[in-house]
Design a protein around this ligand. Sequence first.
Ligand SMILES: *Cc1c(COP(=O)(O)O)cnc(C)c1O
Length: 393
Amino acid sequence: MNKQTIAIDNPTVRPDAYGSLAVPIYTNVSFEFDDAARMADAFTGRIKAPDYARVENPTVTNFENRVRQLTGAAHVTAFNSGMSAISNVLFAVAAQGRNIVTSRHLFGNTLSLITVTLRQFGVEARLCDLTDLKAVDEATDDGSCCIYLETVTNPQQEVADLEALSRIALRRNIPLIADSTVIPFIETSLKDLGVDIEVLSSTKYLSGGGTSLGGLVIDYGTFPDINRRIKGDLLFNIGAYMNPYSAYQQTLGLETLDVRYQRQASNALYIAERLRNISTISKVTYIGLKDNPFYDLARRQFGPTSGAMVIIDLESKEACFNFINRLQLVHRATNLFDNRTLAIHPASTIFGNFTTEQLEQMDVRDTTIRLSIGLEDPDDILDDIRQALNESR
Ligand SMILES: *Cc1c(COP(=O)(O)O)cnc(C)c1O
């Protein structure tokens, strides 16, 4: 069956007592048992039945099952934010004395999680250029616990060769963990590219318009201990499981993900191509543009669509602020892949607490604007961008 059909009609959805067609929202905490033996079996994992909502909830399980069917994963666990999905998966693989091989081109909080938070527990960050396979090979050793990357980095839009990295990971018998937030799994299969664990912020595309926070760990089953740790310890001890209302909203988001994504990605390409003809924009970065250095690799890995994040560079930070202040349709807000088009100046906001030197190492420039292209008519978005740049329409 085609993914879009699976997203709508999922055979793993069991009918509820009243035959509700949409997934019911269970907001309760406890689940009652008929007898003590069954209760003991549920609490010790001998049978699969919800007992306490910090670790299992039928609305969330339904959402996880749907994602599992769509991705072909062995296990899916939903968390209450992208960051909690990422931190839990790293807690599951890392330990004192081990190292994480990754790059400086990471979502700001992920970089800080790895270089600050995990460092306090004796985990070393090995930051290298993940597009340089020799450097990755040299950074990896017997102490490495994973190679971690983002499939398309933000705002640099760098794309690493997943199959090549997976061969290095395989040689060391460590998982390749990829954050796929920027290109949704509906269009591509990271499993086929050798990724062992996929993590993503479902706050973005999946939530269906910035409705709720969430994160997913999509586990392809190659390292069974990771799921054991997540489901056996971390869900209990850290308590960051997704809440049922968010699971409900994101289940609805999942059903329309493909149509929304197709439209947002085609809007983004249409707009990126036209922004190149505007003289006050010094650079347009979008992996869907044929002269982008990652165009061929991105197509091979992610198929014909290239996401909805478009990066533009203007003359100066002041020009960026003026542009943002003059926008009338495009919203001044953070988030990616809302239904609306959003603009942000990453260097002063998301990365605002990093030093100038750190920003330079991360390739985050203060001349950069990040646009997340929405579902509006693309010509209306372009008109607003042009007027905010003081260009004639
Ligand atoms: C937003 C984002 C995150 C964090 O997700 P939250 O849901 O905000 O916690 C992680 N990685 C990437 C690439 C993101 O864009």
